[in-house]
Write a protein that binds this ligand. Structure first.
Ligand SMILES: *[C@@H]1O[C@H](CO)[C@@H](O)[C@H](O)[C@H]1NC(C)=O
Ligand SMILES: *[C@@H]1O[C@H](CO)[C@@H](O)[C@H](O)[C@H]1NC(C)=O
Ligand SMILES: *[C@@H]1O[C@H](CO)[C@@H](O)[C@H](O)[C@H]1NC(C)=O
Ligand SMILES: *[C@@H]1O[C@H](CO)[C@@H](O)[C@H](O)[C@H]1NC(C)=O
Ligand SMILES: *[C@@H]1O[C@H](CO)[C@@H](O)[C@H](O)[C@H]1NC(C)=O
Ligand SMILES: *[C@@H]1O[C@H](CO)[C@@H](O)[C@H](O)[C@H]1NC(C)=O
Ligand SMILES: *[C@@H]1O[C@H](CO)[C@@H](O)[C@H](O)[C@H]1NC(C)=O
Ligand SMILES: *[C@@H]1O[C@H](CO)[C@@H](O)[C@H](O)[C@H]1NC(C)=O
Ligand SMILES: *[C@@H]1O[C@H](CO)[C@@H](O)[C@H](O)[C@H]1NC(C)=O
Length: 487
């Protein structure tokens, strides 16, 4: 009878060990998710509001060194920089919407010039005259007389093919221009609805601004699912300027990635700069400080002109052009803005033939996320874009009578974020707990259960005060068996 009781107890030990393995895993998983969820009490929250990782914003400008011989000679572009800025980023206006499991916020970014730059803010750089190029592009559907009028205005206000300015003015400080004052009195239809500005600069008005990236609403993960997945952008649930698949606002906001990523996974990320969702493809695996990562990168498919992926055709807005560039005109108030990877990496070869100085190199110019696949934590991120201006000949505008149809590279930016060594070792611990935690728990459970079984059997014996000889005969055997079982 005791034997039966103890056999039952031993079966219970086995069952308990199994259960412990399973539920230990789910306990660890649950604890992990709790930390990763976005709520004001999670550990991730404070670091999410104001990331403590140092962020660098590197700007490379293309100095146009032979502009006086344009268009006879193809533009020669010399890369300058990096002009390096330390970036401080905070999420502001953070509002939780518990009923729909979401949080909305704006991102405020501030930049501080860093002395490790290769160059100074006083460097004098020559670029394409972006103000004139924008005005001419916006006039391309105007009638003859209005275009002639613009041509005269440009000549009278002293606008040439280029602008030579200090880096300080070109980037954040901006500079004044008579066309900007004129634009203030024009109807919105002529300026694409762009808000009137008093200065022009490539990043003018962005320092400390809360509006550049818009109001973003993402999931918190409180109602299940992955946290940080975008739900709406600037009150839009879909993009107004595209149709079908292209209009969808989906994917990660860039901060939280899905768990259990594989080589077949696509990393889907919404990028406010590009005004669209992009899919990054698996490229390779590797290790950083002993942690495995999967690297997902932009490829020739990402900005394809639909020659490879027909799904992309809805981004063309009718006119599919060069592969490897993204026409962001629609979300930049109709300016001739095209984004690509730096040096037209993965772009149409024709783009590199119309200018001199493009030397694409995947190591320097690719756009990727290296993510710890099990936990979905980004370990090394390189965000890189090149800003280009579209120009084309226009017989009615003297300045652009003979220009070729091309994309003119102006600058490219790089944001590189690598997690620090302490975070890596913390992640290694979490990984180890996830990988081995179940086994450790199971061992602990078996030991504990064995102890309980012994205690139970012994307790039973004394409690029921069985005949002495039975105890003597039973006990050694059971103990031996018990030892074997717990091995
Ligand atoms: C940019 O090019 C112009 C024209 O060749 C030159 O005068 C100027 O020094 C260059 N700027 C820098 C910072 O190298
Ligand atoms: C610094 O800029 C010059 C051109 O202005 C370039 O030749 C040099 O390679 C750059 N150095 C680094 C470290 O990027
Ligand atoms: C956002 O927060 C700032 C201060 O952090 C405040 O001035 C502004 O009014 C807020 N905007 C909205 C829409 O709540
Ligand atoms: C979430 O709730 C807020 C108000 O509580 C609402 O403004 C917002 O549109 C909701 N978002 C979604 C995606 O339903
Ligand atoms: C951005 O603004 C801050 C504070 O207003 C200022 O200290 C900093 O110099 C500005 N950065 C640039 C690049 O102008
Ligand atoms: C920059 O250089 C151009 C000539 O290359 C010159 O006309 C202009 O005045 C310079 N700008 C400044 C602020 O020195
Ligand atoms: C990831 O995979 C592990 C086991 O391989 C599983 O326990 C876990 O639930 C998965 N997590 C998600 C979010 O799918
Ligand atoms: C699309 O891109 C491919 C590859 O870059 C190119 O060969 C093709 O001509 C492009 N299509 C159009 C319509 O420009
Ligand atoms: C860029 O997109 C805009 C609007 O989406 C479109 O009107 C324009 O024709 C496109 N530009 C080129 C050069 O394809």
């Amino acid at each position: 009878m005791y034997r039966a009781l103890c056999t039952v107890a031993r079966l219970a030990v086995a069952a308990a060990a199994l259960a412990a393995t399973l539920c230990c895993d789910s306990i660890i998983e649950a604890a992990l998710n709790l930390q990763i969820k976005l709520n004001p009490h999670s550990r991730a929250y404070n670091d999410w509001v104001a990331p403590s990782v140092p962020l660098l914003f590197d700007v490379y400008l293309f100095n146009w060194t032979n502009s006086e011989r344009f268009p006879e000679e193809i533009p020669n572009l010399e890369q300058l920089g990096p002009y390096r800025f330390r970036e401080r980023r905070t999420h502001v206006n953070v509002t939780f919407h518990p009923t729909n499991g979401s949080v909305s916020y704006r991102t405020q970014r501030s930049w501080y010039f860093d002395e490790t730059s290769n160059g100074t803010l006083q460097d004098n750089v020559t670029i394409l005259n972006v103000i004139a190029a924008s005005a001419i592009y916006r006039s391309r559907h105007w009638n003859f007389f209005k275009q002639k009028g613009l041509s005269m205005v440009l000549a009278m206000s002293g606008h040439g093919m280029t602008t030579s300015r200090l880096v300080r003015e070109l980037l954040f400080d901006g500079f004044e221009d008579p066309l900007l004052d004129m634009a203030k009195s024009l109807p919105a239809s002529a300026t694409g609805g762009a808000p009137p500005v008093d200065k022009f600069g490539l990043f003018y008005g962005r320092n400390n601004s809360m509006d550049t990236e818009g109001l973003v609403e993402v999931t918190t993960g409180e109602l299940g699912g992955i946290p940080g997945q975008i739900l709406s952008w600037d009150y839009h649930k879909s993009l107004p300027w595209y149709e079908g698949e292209c209009a969808k606002i989906t994917g990660s906001g860039g901060e939280f990635m899905p768990h259990n990523l594989t080589e077949d996974s696509l990393l889907t990320i919404f990028m406010p700069d590009l005004c669209r969702t992009v899919h990054l493809e698996y490229e390779q695996s590797g290790q950083i400080g002993g942690l495995p990562y999967n690297k997902y990168a932009m490829t020739d498919i990402s900005f394809d002109n639909s020659s490879r992926t027909p799904l992309n055709s809805c981004f063309c807005n009718g006119e599919c052009g060069w592969g490897g560039v993204m026409n962001v005109s629609a979300c930049r108030f109709g300016s001739p803005s095209f984004l690509s990877l730096p040096h037209f990496l993965h772009g149409d070869p024709e783009l590199r033939d119309t200018v001199r100085g493009m030397q694409p190199d995947p190591d320097l110019h690719s756009f990727y996320f290296a993510v710890e696949p099990r936990l979905g934590v980004p370990l090394d991120v390189a965000g890189r874009f090149q800003f280009n201006v579209f120009i084309e000949p226009n017989p009615n505008i003297a300045l652009y009578e003979k220009v070729p149809k091309m994309l003119f590279p102006i600058f490219w930016v790089e944001q590189r974020v690598k997690v620090s060594e302490p975070v890596i070792s913390e992640l290694r611990t979490v990984r180890a707990i996830l990988d081995w935690g179940g086994t450790v728990c199971a061992c602990a459970a078996i030991l504990f259960a064995s102890y309980v079984t012994i205690a139970t059997c012994c307790a039973k014996k004394s409690q029921y005060s069985k005949p002495q000889e039975m105890i003597v005969s039973e006990k050694p055997k059971d103990e031996a068996e018990m030892k074997l079982n717990s091995m």
